[in-house]
Design a protein around this ligand. Sequence first.
Ligand SMILES: NC(=O)C1=CN([C@@H]2O[C@H](COP(=O)(O)OP(=O)(O)OC[C@H]3O[C@@H](n4cnc5c(N)ncnc54)[C@H](O)[C@@H]3O)[C@@H](O)[C@H]2O)C=CC1
Ligand SMILES: O=C(O)C(=O)COP(=O)(O)O
Length: 524
Amino acid sequence: MKVLVLDGVAREGLQKLENEPGIVLDITKTVPEDQLIAIISEYDAVIVRSATKINKKVMSYAHKLKVIGRAGVGVDNIDLDEATRQGILVVNAPGGNTISATEYTIAMMLALARNIPQANTKLKNGEWDKKAFMGTELCTKTLGIIGLGRIGSAIAKRAQAMEMQVVAYDPYIAEKSVISTDIELVDLDELLERSDFITIHTPKTKSTRHLLNTEAFSKMKDGVRIINCARGGIVDETALYDALRSGKAAGAALDVFEEEPLTNSPLFELNNVVVSPHIGASTREAQIKVAADVANEILATLKGKLVKNTVNVPVIKHDLIPELKPYLKLVERMGTFQSQMVTARVKKIQIRYSGDFFKQTDTLTAALVKGFLDPILQENVNYINAIVLAKERGIVIEQTSVSMEEGYSNLITVRVFEDGCESSVSGSLFQGKPRIVGVNGYRIDSVPEGHLLIIPHVDKPGMIGLVGTVLGENNINISGMQNSRKEAGATSMMVISVDLAVPDEVLAQIKQAEAILDVKMINF
Ligand SMILES: NC(=O)C1=CN([C@@H]2O[C@H](COP(=O)(O)OP(=O)(O)OC[C@H]3O[C@@H](n4cnc5c(N)ncnc54)[C@H](O)[C@@H]3O)[C@@H](O)[C@H]2O)C=CC1
Ligand SMILES: O=C(O)C(=O)COP(=O)(O)O
């Protein structure tokens, strides 16, 4: 396995990956796109910071790529939709640089309030100019935090220690989960109207692009100061420039820009703007932590283990992994089972989870759909792209969760709706091992391994003997057998586990019998 490490990711954090037998690490600085395209096809994994863009074009050359690791938080330099489409896992290292980015934001706020960079430059240029640098205190001022996640909430704590009033806007946070009762959660307009300092800590998304635009500036207090150490483009740079020129804003501190790297901007000409080249996470401690975190994730992915900091698939909590593993195996097998039962065009797959699935049903559904599509499609299907591939084929995926039913503490039922017909399979765990416990409403108990014969037939004497004789005559050993009926004399369901794949002619021989309604062989 080969891993390409770009963008100056800290080598000290990569030791675990470097020492792993069978893994070769190529560590290099940021390379231009054409150079990346020329080499990317060799690699199973790539690790980047924010400089390298892993876009659709780069991915189209990345034939072996299984995982993209971001040694940091923001993944806006990675085309997530394309990665998902191609079944490439994207992982990041979200917690490792929180403190560094937080401390840096506080430093920027203080630098802005007290004109430290400007005073530093002037004095080093030989001017002792005390009068030019009248600052403002932070104590009692209102700090508006947009985005109260890891960094936003760590900033709130520190700002409160400096006796600032903290208001925050984050529509994705419930009031009760806010870390301190002294943080007032408000709507965006109120934050804009009340804040003396506004700092941004959201990701860059469609909804945060130009969140601070001309209209937003018009709602702010005169003399507001803006800090952006999150992502360029959340503040509209033209609107900010106009606000600074007009005196609406008294200053801005920016670590990030719409285009990076950036060495020339009208904003750089304004004396009340403090800038830095995206160095919020650039501390030794943060870089070692994020490199080590992402190395662990890459290692887990390449070894086929479950990973926790996934960006383009649902996150699985680390402590749930052992509990979830047998369920993942179960649902994948159920998907494989169902795809081999299909006889017409599939319109919808409906999954019903009964019991407690640790709030991980999205992950289980992805595994089930992977199991369903794997035997059908030629392309690589995995947990990452399974749902997208199903949707591309017009297959609707529905899932519902209900509490315990039918006496099983955990029961999963999959119904597949085809043109003109439908089929279902139910599964559960017995002593931690996957079991198929129902087929088309018939109760059975079969282990989804090897080969299963599914034989609906008329409920009458001699049927088991008939099938057993044909298999025996063809030297096929039966390792398990179940027969189930809903009512006497109607239809029964025979499910037989066999040691070998049953040849087509033997299946045809069984099917010939008048009371045999169908024969399907399911291979796992
Ligand atoms: N300058 C630098 O070097 C660094 C920048 N960052 C950036 O800082 C930002 C925050 O990072 P974390 O706190 O670790 O992320 P996080 O995911 O913990 O927090 C982001 C918060 O933003 C909120 N949010 C999302 N959309 C929103 C919207 N439309 N309006 C208001 N709130 C919204 C989310 O609910 C979440 O609470 C990210 O953009 C990250 O890339 C992070 C580390 C270093
Ligand atoms: O983690 C993040 O989101 C950052 O912005 C840090 O970026 P960097 O790794 O320093 O290029």
